[in-house]
Design a protein. Structure first.
Length: 401
């Protein structure tokens, strides 16, 4: 997977002499110390990260952390003080005004927190606005706008005005306007922060559904950790202009880089973050439908200390047998597993969230099987292993106290 965006040693300092402040950052001075000594504000300090093509990268932090300044440096709504922003290998910081305008039109779209809709324009006209600026033919503009509105569930509202829409619907118009541009990259700055919690969750689901189809490269700014965990393939966490940690949600939650990150994430419900792959255990034994009989299956169960055994057939997971059924089959003189293999069992993909597994375990008489796209057994989940993994972080915390 290629890197769509490369950010290298990026700085943004607000004030007439940014290079002086940058030198102070390099000397280890804090944002507050630099402000006190020079009256210069450090917005972004030595930020280096990348965004893979087709992924959602969430940049998050508290108010004043620099996240919104950072995203505006990517499309140069704010000009960086130093560093590089490479998009498709081209350094955006080196483009002149005309080049930048054309580059934005081709590669970048942006969705803001405040919707930024024109009240005197209809929903369709608002959606067409970016294409209008590009001087796209009116009929093509209309066609693209209608398609984008349909994608976000606003078909039928094209001739309505923003004041006639709910907050969630207005944000959908903002999203449709970005989609109509068909840019490679979407920058979303606190796009859902102004919405009520229920509508916000709906919009998050909407974005994930669209992303499954479009596979855009998205940089999403948020101050909400739950939102970051839900949306982000990876997360960049900022404090005082600095990137303090970058990684997957599980990386950050299970291995926080410092005390600030640990404090930031300490209240997170780990069951919403860990997935089936991270809580499964590798199967010590499996049975083979074509070669194993009841006695072989029993021997394997005894060796592994388990009372049921998953069965493979033609390299794929086929079913499960229990020790009780295998004993009865052996006493009958059965030579194969055909009469006792149960093909009704629960299987999940490796990305299934851990908090979804509890209800499955409660209704299943067997362990849960974790399988890949080829229906091959990757691991098994039992209640003990699930609870152990979820409590692991708390145990580590107690050991350090």
């Amino acid at each position: 997977m290629t890197h769509k965006i490369e950010v290298q040693n990026l700085y943004k300092v607000f004030g007439p002499h940014p290079q002086d402040a940058i030198k102070m950052v390099e000397q280890g001075k804090t944002k507050d110390e630099i402000m006190a000594e020079t009256k210069h504000g450090v917005g972004v300090a030595n930020a280096t990260f990348h965004v893979k093509e087709g992924e959602i990268l969430v940049v998050m932090g508290l108010s004043g952390s620099g996240k919104s300044t950072l995203v505006r440096c990517l499309n140069r709504l704010i000009d960086p003080s130093a560093g590089k922003v490479l998009i498709n290998g081209e350094d955006v910081t080196q483009l002149d005004t005309d080049q930048l305008r054309r580059f934005r039109q081709k590669h970048l779209s942006m969705v803001f927190q405040n919707f930024a809709l024109f009240p005197h324009r209809t929903v369709r006209q608002n959606t067409e606005y970016g294409l209008e600026i590009q001087k796209v033919d009116p009929e093509i503009r209309k066609e693209k706008a209608m398609k984008a509105l349909s994608q976000v569930g606003l078909a039928g509202w094209e001739e309505s005005y923003p004041a006639q829409l709910s907050g969630g619907m207005q944000q959908r118009v903002g999203l449709a306007r970005a989609l109509a541009l068909d840019a490679d990259i979407m920058l979303m700055d606190e796009a859902f922060s102004a919405l009520d919690p229920l509508i916000r969750r709906d919009m998050q689901d909407e974005l994930l559904g669209l992303q499954d189809k479009m596979q855009k490269t998205i940089v999403f700014i948020s101050h909400d950790l739950d939102e970051a965990l839900k949306l982000g393939d990876r997360i960049v966490l900022m404090k005082d202009g600095f990137i303090v940690q970058e990684g997957t949600a599980e990386d950050i939650l299970t291995n926080p880089a410092n005390d600030y990150v640990a404090k930031f994430v300490e209240e997170v419900d780990m069951s919403k973050v860990l997935n089936a792959e991270s809580v499964m255990i590798k199967p010590r034994e499996v049975a083979y439908f074509s070669t194993d009989g009841p006695r072989a299956a029993l021997r394997k169960m005894e060796h592994a200390g388990i009372s049921s055994l998953f069965v493979r057939k033609d390299k794929k997971l086929y079913g499960v047998v229990t020790a009780d059924d295998a004993i009865e089959a052996a006493e009958r003189g059965d030579k194969t597993l055909e009469k006792i293999v149960d093909t009704e069992f629960i299987k999940v993909d490796p990305d299934t969230q851990a908090n979804d597994l509890f209800a499955m375990l409660a209704t299943s008489k067997y362990p849960i099987a974790v399988v890949n796209d080829e229906e091959q057994l990757m691991g098994v989940i039992i209640k003990g292993s699930l609870l152990a993994k979820l409590s692991e972080k708390r145990i580590k915390e107690m050991e350090t106290q």
